[in-house]
Design a protein around this ligand. Sequence first.
Ligand code: FDA
Length: 316
Amino acid sequence: LASNPLRPVILAAAKSSRVRALITAAPPTRRLVDRFVAGDTRADALAATKALLDTGRSVSIDHLGEDTTDRAQARAIVAEYEALIADLAPSAGTGAPVPAVEVSVKLTALGLALGAEGPAVALGHARQICAAAAEAGVWVTVDAEDHTTTDATLSIVRRLREDYPWVGAVLQAYLHRTEADCRELSGPGSRVRLCKGAYREPASVAYQDAAEVNASYLRCLRVLMAGQGYPMVASHDPAIVAAVDPLAAEHARGPDGFEHQMLYGIRDLEQRRLADAGYRMRVYVPYGAQWYGYLMRRLAERPSNLKFFLRSVVSR
Ligand code: FDA
């Protein structure tokens, strides 16, 4: 993660329009996208969902999109989520009391960055999605984006939880503030997805060294496990996965008292192993044509993904 020297370079290059054009036009890209993204359409996401549910896993589906620049685009994203939630409704009862199907949303996709009005626009759109989800029995978790959005995101989550107490938040262990946020969000009924964090952040707000991020993750996880909420352990890291059982036992949590989460296409065998062993294992399933930012964050996490991609470009 953070000690990977290529990570900041890849995340910075990802913002260049020339790099974007090169990556999206390169023929091997599709193969790489298919590894991490369920497909361009809702039907693709539903097919991936069915396969995951059939193997005892739960899902959280993300319609890819971020940095929405106008209201019409944000409204189209809300409409897509409403259609997705309606399609998921028949599976909503699976896994009760914690639904096996959930959706994840990014507030910048819903309009958070639309100037001074952005937070109100994003809140209104998120409410619309939560209302549809409440009717269908599907849950919603709000993704964490870069640190400039953290305060606005957490305050929107707080507002949403007044009406929809099952709304989940995502916290990023690489941020210095997160241990305190975990304390604040560890009350009854609170659902927190704890991840390491995938954006390029300055040293003023985030740990830069992988060992420090891991240590922060474990401190945060301890706070969540000791709290009264429902921890969602979003990591593929074997050391984190191994830390979960002892912490859960220490705080008298059975397998219903937390869940493991991983990304679509990453450590599939480990996902199956955990599901088969009786843990709730939720897979984050992204779909849609706006896969660029998501793909670049996955490449930055693991240079071997980038090498695989570059090798296939060069060897054509
Ligand atoms: P780490 O990066 O140390 O990886 C540990 C091991 O996992 C690797 O050695 C490898 O085996 C495997 N692995 C990890 N990444 C891989 C990759 N890209 N390709 C192949 N193998 C890989 N971030 C964020 O900022 N905001 C968010 O809202 C979310 N949401 C989210 C939801 C869920 C369910 C998950 C699992 C993750 C996120 N993330 C996220 C991403 C998260 O912050 C982090 O960047 C990645 O999960 C990678 O960190 P790990 O904890 O897996 O450890």
